[in-house]
Design a protein around this ligand. Structure first.
Ligand SMILES: C[S@@+](CC[C@H](N)C(=O)[O-])C[C@H]1O[C@@H](n2cnc3c(N)ncnc32)[C@H](O)[C@@H]1O
Length: 352
């Protein structure tokens, strides 16, 4: 007779095997608007189904599954379901909302690209986004307004934690000589806008693709009251020296940009910044840094996502230093957020 008692390893493995079930259940709850619907009052499945136009019985099973994962609480007296503090993170108006992150990462496009992972690793050719959709992610975004909205909101949603880590990592940095900073690929301006709030002597420019800055209602500078010091310009960071669209300013920052691109593409971007900048310029690169072998880290998982979604990858500090060197920059130092769980670091480079 087999006498098998599941141990810790078995339970951990089972949990990982069914991880996708959990994220799809959560995605469905968010997509259907469950968290905003239950936000203020305990609601029965019947009331939720009525409010959102859902099937009553299937809605009950979804709410029960969301409860078993800790996002809702099923009240003992059968009155219905209330939201937990974990569930609050999925509400639209939570300041650190993860709603848009799950809508992007578990939505149909990003769900579809994972199926190519074994083939890509056999072939040695990454970027399953192109395999599935026939074009690169930013081209696809520019042609599909619904995806564009989800993508751009998700970047701001990721930023709600990441901007905090960058500000914290640079907390002791002397910004007095930086009067104008450019955020390259700065999205809707979450990071730059918050830097301008913290350093009122600074002006800033977000350089972005036209399709992003055309969506005026999503731009964050007005919401942060820094519009008078924050400019949005349409430009392409790949355009080189003769035709450079990068402004000449005291400092440049790039958050979650280089990880989208392969080494050759990164050297083009970094060289373009080098060629467009004054001799005193500083460069700040905010990215996940892959730590030494055997140290578990989110960057090692995000790296596989980058394999699927683009030509990029997550890199070690040595790999970033080498990219800086290949494009003329000198590595100065790395700034770390104080929080132990801060997932991104800021690498500083200079021209001198
Ligand atoms: C991963 S997102 C990061 C956005 C933002 N920095 C953040 O951390 O939220 C990459 C950004 O690069 C922008 N981008 C892509 N290609 C670009 C190009 N050729 N020139 C300028 N920006 C570009 C995209 O529009 C997108 O907003």
């Amino acid at each position: 007779m087999v006498n098998f008692m599941p141990d810790n390893n078995y339970e951990k493995t089972v949990d990982i095997i069914f991880g996708r079930w959990k994220s799809q259940i959560l995605y469905t709850g968010v997509k259907l608007g469950i968290f905003d619907c239950i936000a203020l009052h305990v609601k029965s499945a019947y009331d939720v189904a009525n409010a959102l136009g859902l099937d009553n019985k299937l809605a009950y099973r979804l709410l029960r599954a969301l409860s078993t994962m800790g996002f809702l609480k099923e009240e003992n007296d059968r009155r219905g379901f209330s939201i937990t503090s974990q569930g609050e993170l999925l509400r639209k108006d939570h300041p650190q909302t993860l709603r848009d992150v799950i809508l992007l990462e578990e939505g149909p496009e990003h769900y579809a690209i994972w199926k190519y992972l074994p083939t890509m690793i056999k072939d040695g050719k990454q970027n399953s986004f192109v395999r599935e959709f026939g074009c690169k992610i930013f081209e696809y975004r520019d042609r599909n307004p619904d995806y564009a909205e989800v993508f751009n909101k998700a970047m701001s949603s990721y930023s709600s934690a990441q901007t905090g880590w960058v500000l914290e990592a640079l907390d002791n940095y002397d910004f007095s000589n930086i009067h104008h900073m450019c955020d390259i690929g700065g999205g809707t301006g979450h990071l730059l806008g918050n830097l301008l709030v913290k350093y009122p002597h600074m002006k800033g420019t977000v350089l972005e693709l036209e399709s992003v800055i055309n969506k005026k209602e999503l731009l964050l500078a007005p919401m942060l009251n820094v519009s008078e010091r924050c400019f949005y310009i349409a430009g392409d960071m790949f355009c080189s020296n003769n035709n450079s669209q990068l402004p000449s300013v005291d400092a440049y920052i790039m958050k979650m940009i280089l990880h989208d691109w392969n080494d050759e593409e990164c050297v083009v971007i970094l060289s373009n910044i080098y060629d467009s900048s004054p001799s005193h310029a500083r460069l700040f690169i905010a990215e996940h840094l892959v730590p030494n072998p055997n140290i578990p880290h989110f960057s090692k998982l995000f790296d596989i996502h980058m394999m699927c979604v683009a030509s990029g990858k997550e890199r070690t500090l040595d790999e970033y230093s080498s990219l800086l060197e290949q494009s003329g920059w000198k590595y100065i130092q790395t700034h770390h957020p104080k929080q132990q769980n801060g997932l991104i670091q800021v690498i500083e480079g200079s021209k001198l």
